[in-house]
Design a protein around this ligand. Structure first.
Ligand SMILES: C[S@@+](CC[C@H](N)C(=O)[O-])C[C@H]1O[C@@H](n2cnc3c(N)ncnc32)[C@H](O)[C@@H]1O
Length: 329
């Protein structure tokens, strides 16, 4: 796929007829496949968003467990949001978002080269390239300054996207040492350089402040008349389905309880809050963990198809629990 045109990024343009063919007018969607991604739940979630958002009275959105940002992209493009605050504890993820926000053209150059080199290889050589890149990615993490935006970040972001697009199941997974450990995938024609989407993502991200943060650090930041969506790591639904591995840190029940306290604090400030998690009742009908810690709020269950399990026979319909501090219209 040759890159014939290098798009110039211009904000606040008045749409022209030719803009209909301009990639900026094509909706932005998540550029990474991410464990717990909410893309397939959006049509159910839309019914659960606050009335004020649908009435376009809410102008600020927060997503403190950003992941692939499916809910952010939905909300940013369908309602009247003017600013968004996007946080996640994962350094690599935040680095990649910030590169797309600031320097998408440079990122596209790297991705285009990955795509050209990878697609012309046979299966064995693709695997070799994947594992070389994976080793390099894991070694280089000690040399990256995640706190200081720099040119180092462009190849790093490209490498994350390359690995995500070409690994098995397309999922970001790290071991307890923080090493990316997904094996090579076997897709015939993976899109490594999705130029159109990345340009659209760049455009949407102009409204956002993006930073690495633990959810426990962000209480002071929240503005009035805003909407907060929390999508913390899942509470494992079974002993074997524990995919805490977006980061090397665990997300234990004690963290879920701290988050419930933050939920309450925001509620007291009059902020609209929505939280989702996998329903522990999927596995144990007597497990009332979330019903208890969110007993003061509205709890809805929506059915979800969980695609995270590497065993296809275990990917079935299960419930996602959604907690809101406002009633659902
Ligand atoms: C379920 S995923 C979010 C998925 C996202 N809604 C999507 O559509 O892709 C949970 C995210 O929380 C992040 N995370 C884990 N612990 C965190 C913490 N203590 N503070 C902030 N983010 C955290 C993980 O890095 C991960 O990206």
């Amino acid at each position: 796929m040759p890159r014939a045109v290098k798009y110039k990024i211009k904000d606040n343009e008045i749409p022209k007829v030719e803009d209909l063919f301009n990639p900026y007018n094509v909706g932005a969607r998540p550029f990474l496949k991410w464990a717990g991604g909410k893309g397939q739940l959006l049509n159910k979630f839309q019914k659960l968003y606050p009335k004020q958002l649908k009435e376009k009275k809410i102008k600020t959105f927060y997503e403190p467990f950003l992941g692939s940002g499916a809910v952010f992209f939905d909300i940013a493009q369908h309602y009247n949001i003017e600013s968004a605050y996007l946080y996640d504890i994962n350094d690599e993820l935040i680095l990649t978002y910030r590169v797309i926000q600031k320097d998408v053209s440079k990122l596209l150059d790297f991705l285009y080269r990955y795509q050209k080199n990878y697609l012309k290889l046979d299966k064995k050589k693709r695997q070799d390239l994947f594992y070389d890149q994976r080793t390099n990615y894991n070694l280089q993490r000690f040399n990256i300054d995640y706190n200081k935006y720099s040119e180092q970040w462009f190849p790093r972001a490209a490498q994350l996207i390359f690995l995500n697009r070409t690994c098995f199941n397309g999922l970001y997974r790290v071991n307890s040492k923080g090493e990316f450990n997904s094996p090579a995938g076997d897709y015939d024609n993976p899109t490594i350089c999705d130029e159109q989407n990345l340009l659209a993502v760049h455009k949407v991200l102009q409204m956002a402040e993006i930073k690495k943060a633990d959810f426990k650090e962000i209480i002071t930041d929240f503005k009035a008349k805003s909407f907060v969506y929390f999508d913390p790591p899942y509470r494992p639904i079974s002993k074997t389905a524990n995919f805490k591995a977006y980061n090397k840190q665990d997300f234990a029940d004690s963290e879920q309880i701290k988050l419930a306290k933050l939920f309450k604090q925001l509620d007291k400030k009059g902020i609209q809050v929505m939280l989702s998690n996998s329903d522990p009742k999927n596995n144990d009908p007597d497990d009332n963990f979330f019903d208890e810690i969110y007993s003061d709020y509205n709890i809805t269950r929506v059915s979800a198809r969980r695609m995270i399990n590497s065993n296809p026979t275990k990917r079935g319909a299960i419930n996602e629990i959604v907690v809101t501090n406002y009633s659902i219209a």
